[in-house]
Design a protein around this ligand. Structure first.
Ligand code: PRP
Ligand code: URA
Length: 209
């Protein structure tokens, strides 16, 4: 069974509190999503492999640590996942970025694929899938399956708000993928929205409603 980490750091909790408010406008919403992604990234990368390398400081030779595992990639689920990319790249600037386009059909709540462009060598990379919202789980489950179908073996999922239903569905579908979330909310409503949630993340990031 995959690990689920709910990040209870005070800075993340405070920022999520502002995100949820109806009166938080697009500019602040976008900035907060990016800042939370940056803070989550710090924890999501905790287990990256390090090795010793010999260097010279201005004073003497020294042994220092260097990241040594697989190279990294960030894969946002369009659209809302795009809001998390800058924050992630602030922490891991050399990561490549792939894009998966999915939208949730408003009636069936099933994900509909419309775009996929991944780094050529993505199967050799450790991939961080980012999407602020894990609701029914359908979108993240489908995106991760698309990555697995391309041979990606090491995948992490980073979300900001998750419903218990989405976490359970993800764990059943992809028990090998760890999940990092900023908050685990109460439930989904009859329209598949997270309660209390923050509304439609894509619309709030891009100001489309
Ligand atoms: C939102 C969100 C997730 C998905 C979550 O995207 O960003 O991708 O819904 O719902 P699920 O867990 O039930 O699949 P949406 O389909 O609204 O598209 P958008 O990002 O383009 O607005
Ligand atoms: N997608 C969103 O953007 N918000 C929700 O609450 C559920 C799905």
């Amino acid at each position: 069974m995959s690990k689920v980490l709910v990040m209870d750091h005070p800075l993340i909790q405070h920022k999520i509190g502002i995100l949820r408010r109806t009166d938080t406008g697009t500019k602040d919403f976008r900035a907060l999503i990016s800042e939370i992604a940056m803070l989550e990234c710090y924890e999501a990368t905790r287990d990256l492999k390090l090795s010793d390398v010999e260097i010279e400081t201005p004073i003497c030779k020294a042994t220092v640590k260097e990241l040594s595992g697989k190279k990294l990639a960030i894969v946002p689920i369009l659209r809302a996942g795009l809001g998390m990319v800058d924050g992630m790249l602030t922490m891991i600037p050399a990561a490549k970025v792939g894009h998966i386009g999915l939208y949730r059909d408003p009636e069936s709540l099933k994900p509909v694929e419309y775009y996929c462009k991944l780094p050529d060598d993505c199967s050799e990379r450790e991939v961080f899938v980012v999407d602020p919202m894990l609701a029914t789980g359908g979108s993240c489950i489908a995106a991760i399956q698309m990555l697995k179908d391309k041979g990606v073996g090491h995948i992490h999922l980073m979300c900001i708000i998750a419903a218990p239903e989405g976490i359970e569905a993800m764990q059943n579908a992809h028990p090998d993928v760890d999940i990092i979330v900023g908050a685990k909310d109460e439930r989904l409503n009859e329209h598949g929205y997270i309660v209390p949630g923050l509304g439609d993340a894509g619309d709030r990031i891009f100001g489309t409603k």
